[in-house]
Write a protein that binds this ligand. Sequence first.
Ligand code: FPP
Length: 245
Amino acid sequence: MSLFFRRKKQSDAVTVPQHIAIIMDGNGRWAKRRGLPRTAGHSAGASTFKTIARYCNKIGVKYLTVYAFSTENWKRPKAEVDGIMNILRDYLLDTDSFKGENIRLHFIGDTSVLSDELKDLIAKSEQDSADATGLWVNIALNYGGRDEILHAVRAIARDACDGKVNIDSLTEQDISDAMFTAGMPDPDLIIRPGGEHRISNYLIWQSAYAEYWFTDRLWPDFKTDDIDAAIESYSHRDRRFGNAK
Ligand code: FPP
């Protein structure tokens, strides 16, 4: 039995975050250590993603946002970029992996530049899973936090020029509403495997009060026990949102 369910049984307080975001790092190193191409690491990472999404659904997490491809990842060799896009395509074709799991899929990022096939699959997966009542999964694809803010600023500026918005009465909520994550709660917990301690342009507006949890474990080796450990640590955090103790 996982630590999470053991703790729950003992009625020991465990606070399950409403929204977990993950930077799925370490796939390349995982593959290299095995003498495999980097794409094999991303395939293994996709398999970890499915296990972790299923587990988050089971323990009552409401939103899971994963970083699949950043606006900077286009700089990688074409074979690796194509490999990641093919892995995503295969995932979206295997509709049981989300429909059968009562998982709602949503993509964040600028997907307009993707292939027509991928754009169609994304639209179909979002439509087909729209009635799911379980976990809401956001896949960040061609996503960058600064790029997202730029999109929001452009949209708001356009509305201001059209006289639909009064600039002086703009609120933080208006900006949140212009983000790809409009209508969703901000992430409570951001998990980064792979040993690096940085945010890498991920959810930079939404993470203002997020808690972080890091591990050296590479993403393909990441297990449900690591989610338990992250939630355990999160449960002991004193989130004050700027208030006094
Ligand atoms: C970062 O590790 C990982 C990526 C840039 C790609 C992540 C994509 C997947 C796991 C596939 C997603 C698929 C689905 C279905 C959501 P890295 O390559 O930078 O690792 P390294 O730091 O060890 O080189």
